[in-house]
Design a protein around this ligand. Sequence first.
Ligand SMILES: C[S@@+](CC[C@H](N)C(=O)[O-])C[C@H]1O[C@@H](n2cnc3c(N)ncnc32)[C@H](O)[C@@H]1O
Length: 358
Amino acid sequence: MNETSSTSDGRSWLLHCRAGFEAECAEEAVDAAAQHGRAGFARTERGAALVEIAPADQHALPPPPHWRNLVFARQSLALLARFDALDPKDRLGPPIDALAAAGLRIADWWVEAPDSEAGEDLRGLARALEAAALPLLRKRTLVDPASSMRAHLVLRDGTHALLALADVRHAAPWPQGIPRLKFPRGAPSRSTLKLDEAFLVLLDDADRRALLRPGMTAVDLGASPGGWTFQLVARGMRVTAVDNGPMDDALMASGQVEHRREDGFRFRPRQRVDWVVCDMVEQPARVATLMRDWLSEGAARAAVFNLKLPMKKRWLETQRCIALLRDSLGDAWTVRAKQLYHDREEVTVAVLPARPGG
Ligand SMILES: C[S@@+](CC[C@H](N)C(=O)[O-])C[C@H]1O[C@@H](n2cnc3c(N)ncnc32)[C@H](O)[C@@H]1O
């Protein structure tokens, strides 16, 4: 390896996040390391959409957290090497040498640009390098389809890059941790993609099989004009949409929606429903408390809701809401939260039965 690169031996973490939320992502990850008794410090810049967490002492960090267990990170990787002066004529040589030197064989190789302003200009280069890499890796017998490892070369600019590894069992299955969703024809609002993404990111395959079935019932609090209701109807559910605002005509014509012009904080269904979802713009703790009450009273079996975050102390506020839910609901429930790609100054939370089929 030349002197313009340095290794990290997988002792550090590399996290993709939303640009502007690096501080929250860093605080959360440092706390996650501390829970394993390890001290970490963050290297990042505002707007970079990337955060590195390095060990603060001689002790290596544990493997990076499962991507679903982090709120502000979209992707969770182990950092292997850093390249600070790549030759534009051979950008792939040093990272491939680093992989070979680490004695690793990988199932796949992705080249990514961060989801930042600077990253926009690097997309074409990333695609070209990704296409060029696989034949070179095969030639050096570094590809093994049975491996659980995937290499991520993350470009910072034309000459700076980071090489990281994903354990595919613990990492998000999409480049940059962003699922590419198509806006569905006929959906009444952009925020429809938030609930679509929440079902993809916060639920795993077993959760989706057990919890998203035609014939189920749901209540949508703060439903107007109906983007979230649209997703529930598309999955064959019968929905009570609660909002003083109007609902989309085509959605109402589906015959699967009952519109109730009531206060979402007071409404309760006559019978337990399978889902309560909530997108009301309110204090995060007030929404978390409402959802806790619905679930503990047995008014719904599962919940997805959005927490609009204050401008300051966003990680602290998110932690408080998650703790409120976990502490009062107990082990019978799984609480997951994520700042989704379609979320802005907010995070989305799912509270699911711990044994969804049971
Ligand atoms: C962000 S919008 C919801 C968008 C909706 N999820 C969609 O996908 O189209 C928030 C909605 O919450 C409603 N809302 C706010 N406070 C409410 C309350 N106390 N009861 C019922 N609805 C409320 C507002 O009328 C507004 O329509």
